[in-house]
Write a protein that binds this ligand. Structure first.
Ligand SMILES: C[C@H](O)CC(=O)SCCNC(=O)CCNC(=O)[C@H](O)C(C)(C)COP(=O)(O)OP(=O)(O)OC[C@H]1O[C@@H](n2cnc3c(N)ncnc32)[C@H](O)[C@@H]1OP(=O)(O)O
Length: 725
């Protein structure tokens, strides 16, 4: 592949077209930044150049500054890898250029890409071009002047919204708001941009410098009101992250002291933020998510994904109907099979309700919803399975039932059809035992609600074919899921790593810690809710069933809580019946229920594990660690057993499947930041006090004592890992 570079061609009309070339998104890598300076200097010097057009090759203007540079800074701690761009390039070279510069943008102009375009004297865009400043989603702020120019081009309120939410707008909206000067068809983009640049040079069009504009920014007191409201919003949407408030501070600097001072402060704060743990976590997750689509011996052996046009879903319960919804809203035909018309009707109604809720939440237009529902067909037998490309079984967790279904569908479905199960715990080898199609048996483990949660664990056995894996990965992306390929074991990657989460919360309660304190602390750590509210939400039936599976699989490290059975006996079933650890009433937030406390007391008496019968004394920090370190410990076993291809896959899965805060980089990344030695020492201490549940795994011990990060590949550890992939 050609190295990132910048070209310049000067036409007979006297316009120099400067082109960014760094496929696939023309990221602003260091050679691009120096190339830009060079070409602009040349264009400014040359007498035959009257004006300049800046564009990107391959239908995409630019996806912004090269994020790999952030990674380099994180690896070395050396911020000097980040070049000074905003004054030298964007102001001195582009905005203050003696010749007019027009940006011809197409496809996308994000982050530093849009910031370069805003430094130009006009912006011409192709239709449906994405324009945005998503830097906050990487833990930093715009660093090439975006915090100053965006408010000046389209007003403070809208600019803040785009930055705080990291949400791009389309060029059509950009034109209405004044960010874009004209929208023209893609094939005319360069022609119109050249003419526009000439028109500016001959004063037929205005020569505007965005940083000097003040017409879109209201009075100081209006601006202060907007900023105040934005600060409140930022507190809510990003309580544990520094970049949102920092971005508002920098914007305010520019409003009070002028755009140039704003740019100076922006450059300083930008560099400070690059070094924060938040930026480290978010940049890690950015690359981790993209790595999940690279599976050795699957995506690198020249296979082509087959097109999946029609899918059969067996079982119209909560999971089955969610899965069916995910396919039909993405234009894939679904046959939903149930055992009787009553269940079928129920499943169909759930799918209709799912689709309606997507319309209500503005995620789907009414037309698309109607089209989606027309792609659904109900069935009570297998006659419609003759031409399906994939079956996903989503019935109850019963081995004999699943075995029966798989031997039936093997006979009916075409030989290329993928035979998938949505089981969350059962060994796939058992599911497919009664068939001779082990190569096409695969796990498609969706997370509830399946039409909303982004993670799709693709579970493979030693016999699953690379083609089946690739097909499921591809269709997974089509239905807008993030597929992560994992190996076959109880709980697979996410449920397996996180089973100690609920258990250690239970253990702490039985050591005398308050349930609501635990939930509060875990929410402040950054999970959307604590373990007890989560248990209320998923229902106690699930807790009992899942608890049994893990107790069977890993009896040496499970805590059998008496509490869930007691709650059920007391007529509680969590959110389902409005009574759990919390009280659930329509229209109000869940409130802690004091009447659950005597039940907890009874459970503590039964478990009888408090040292000397007294509640333990414990700090807030220890509570969080006692809940999350056992998860890290199990994650170590997942890594050691080779259940994931690489540690960062488990990070992605923990963020997308468990809502582990992305700004902490996922469970393994976070543990490496905290320090494997600290995790190990703490677990060891607790295991001596409270038993085997906390006993550190061999993998953790080796890494901690050897000073090796948990995320380092297997060869870094002396034992190596056993692969399940
Ligand atoms: C100083 C400045 O203010 C700071 C900045 O500009 S920070 C950067 C701001 N820009 C962003 O956050 C945009 C990040 N990129 C994206 O959101 C998406 O990649 C996109 C919308 C541009 C394209 O999405 P999509 O077509 O789905 O392709 P996607 O798979 O994400 O990316 C394609 C490749 O480009 C890489 N890439 C995308 N944007 C990149 C960037 N800004 N820097 C480096 N690499 C980038 C991806 O890592 C991926 O590489 P891979 O093929 O080796 O895995």
């Amino acid at each position: 592949m050609a190295k990132p570079h910048v070209t310049m061609e000067v036409g007979n009309d006297g316009v120099a077209v400067v082109t960014l070339i760094n496929p696939p998104v023309n990221a602003l890598a260091i050679p691009i930044i120096s190339g830009l300076k060079e070409k602009f200097d040349e264009a400014t010097r040359r007498n035959d150049v009257k004006a300049i057009v800046l564009t990107g090759k391959g239908g995409r203007f630019s996806g912004g500054f090269d994020i790999n540079v952030f990674q380099k800074v994180h690896a070395t701690g050396d911020i000097s890898h980040v070049p000074d761009v905003s004054i030298e390039l964007v102001i001195n070279t582009i905005e203050d250029c003696k010749k007019p510069v027009v940006a011809a943008v197409e496809g996308l102009a994000l982050g530093g890409g849009l910031e370069l375009a805003m430094g130009c004297h006009a912006r011409i865009a192709a239709p449906k071009t994405q324009l945005g400043l998503p830097e906050l989603s990487l833990g930093v702020i715009p660093g090439f002047g975006g915090t100053q120019r965006l408010p000046r081009l389209l007003g403070l309120t809208k600019a803040i919204e785009i930055m705080l939410l990291s949400k791009p707008i389309m060029s059509e909206e950009g034109k209405k708001l004044g960010l874009i000067d004209a929208i023209v068809p893609s094939q005319e983009l360069l022609k119109v941009s050249r003419q526009w640049a000439l028109d500016i040079s001959e004063r037929r069009k205005p020569w505007l410098r965005s940083l000097h504009r003040t017409d879109k920014i209201g009075s100081l007191s209006e601006s202060r009101d907007v900023l105040k409201a934005a600060r409140q919003q930022a507190k809510k949407i990003a309580p544990n992250m520094p970049q949102h408030q920092a971005c508002l501070d920098v914007i305010e600097e520019g409003i009070i002291h002028g755009g140039y001072n704003g740019v100076l402060k922006e450059a300083k704060v930008f560099k400070e933020l690059v070094l924060t743990e938040t930026a480290k976590g978010l940049v890690h997750i950015f690359f981790a998510q993209r790595m999940t689509s690279k599976i050795p011996n699957v995506t690198d052996v020249g296979l082509k994904p087959r097109h999946i046009k029609k899918v059969a879903v067996i079982g119209g319960g909560l999971m089955g109907s969610g899965i069916a919804t995910a396919f039909i809203v993405n234009n894939i035909h679904v046959v939903l099979k149930e055992i009787n018309s009553e269940y079928l009707q129920k499943g169909t109604k759930t799918i209709e309700a799912n689709v309606r809720s997507l319309v209500t939440r503005g995620k789907l237009t009414r037309d698309k919803a109607d089209k989606a529902l027309s792609m659904l067909k109900g069935a009570l037998d297998y006659s419609d399975f003759k031409d399906v490309d994939m079956v996903i079984e989503a019935v109850i967790e019963s081995v004999p039932l699943k075995q029966k279904i798989f031997s039936e569908i093997e006979k009916i479905c075409p030989p290329h059809c993928i035979l998938a199960t949505n089981t969350s715990t059962i060994d796939l080898n058992l599911v497919g035992e009664k068939t001779s199609s082990q190569d096409r048996i695969i796990g498609a483990h969706f997370f509830s609600p399946a039409h909303i949660m982004p993670l799709l664990e693709i579970v493979r056995t030693e016999k699953t074919s690379a083609q089946a894996i690739l097909d499921l990965m591809t269709v997974g992306k089509t239905i807008k899921k993030a597929p992560v390929v994992v190996g076959n074991c109880t709980g697979f990657a996410v449920n397996r790593a996180f089973f100690p989460y609920a258990q250690s919360a239970q253990l702490l309660v039985h050591l005398g810690v308050d349930v609501f304190r635990i939930d509060r602390l875990i929410s402040s750590f950054g999970l959307p809710m604590g373990p007890f509210q989560l248990q209320d939400l998923s229902g106690y039936g699930v807790a009992v069933a899942v608890g049994k599976e893990f107790a069977n699989a890993f009896p040496d490290r499970t805590f059998q809580t008496p509490l869930v059975d007691l709650l059920i006996k007391n007529g509680r079933n969590g959110k389902n019946n409005g009574k759990g650890y919390y009280i659930y009433e329509k229209g109000s937030r869940p409130r802690p229920d004091p009447s659950v406390l005597p039940i907890i007391e009874e459970s503590r008496r039964l478990a009888n594990i408090m040292p000397n019968g007294k509640p333990i004394n414990i700090t807030d920090k220890e509570i969080v660690e006692m809940i999350l370190f056992p998860v890290v410990n199990e994650a170590c076993r997942v890594l050691d057993e080779g259940v994931v291809v690489r540690a960062s896959d488990l990070d992605t899965a923990s963020v997308l499947g468990m809502s582990f805060p992305s700004y902490r980089g996922g469970i393994v990344f976070w543990a490496d930041l905290v320090g494997p030695k600290h995790v190990y020492d703490s677990l060891k201490k607790w295991s001596q006090r409270f038993g085997n549940f906390y006993k550190p795994s061999k993998f953790l011990e080796e890494r901690a004592t050897g000073g090796i990060p948990l995320s380092a590949p297997a060869s870094s550890s002396s034992s190596g890992s056993r692969s399940r992939m």
